[in-house]
Design a protein around this ligand. Structure first.
Ligand code: NI
Length: 160
């Protein structure tokens, strides 16, 4: 298990556009494994490669803790509906903000074998996909947050 350093708001890498992944190299496989490890270790529900300083269109998501999802070169094909709710980001520690997102998305992406697939998602998973795809285009949720960000109550300070 290898953890990578999570880049935080203000780091220039978070505002750049990530590049298409063209093949599944050993380097990319290791990156994906490290991204899952880093996301789970940080108790996150999603992580995009630029958040660990790598400008590649790779996203990992797990909104339940039991459904790891890898999206390579994801494209949102359709959106519908609307949801407004609280959102956080591992690159914006200790904060949440209210963001309105589509309630339903249809996505096309490649898997670890670089095979294209399509999937549909709703509610929290739809929110996570939109949030992570935004990262690949250099956008943070704070740009879309309605009103000021809120502080997360610091009940999780057992770790140094
Ligand atoms: Ni994020």
């Amino acid at each position: 298990m290898a953890l990578r350093k999570i880049r935080e708001i203000g780091d220039p890498v978070l505002y750049k556009t990530s590049k298409e992944v063209t093949s599944m190299t050993l380097r990319n496989k290791m990156l994906i494994e490290d991204m899952f490890d880093t996301m789970y270790e940080a108790d996150g529900v999603g992580l995009a490669a630029p958040q660990v300083g790598v400008l590649k269109r790779i996203v990992v998501i797990d909104v339940t803790g039991e459904n790891p999802l890898l999206l390579i070169n994801p494209m949102i094909l359709e959106t519908s509906g609307e949801q407004t709710g609280s959102e956080g980001c591992l690159s914006v520690p200790g904060k949440t903000g209210v963001v309105t997102r589509p309630n339903h998305v249809k996505v096309r992406a490649q898997n670890k074998e670089m095979e294209w697939f399509e999937m549909e998602a709703e509610e929290l998973l739809a929110r996570a996909i939109c949030h992570e795809v935004d990262h690949l285009d250099g956008h943070l949720y704070v740009e879309k947050a309605e009103g000021p960000l809120q502080d997360v109550p610091d009940e999780e300070e057992e770790e140094e």
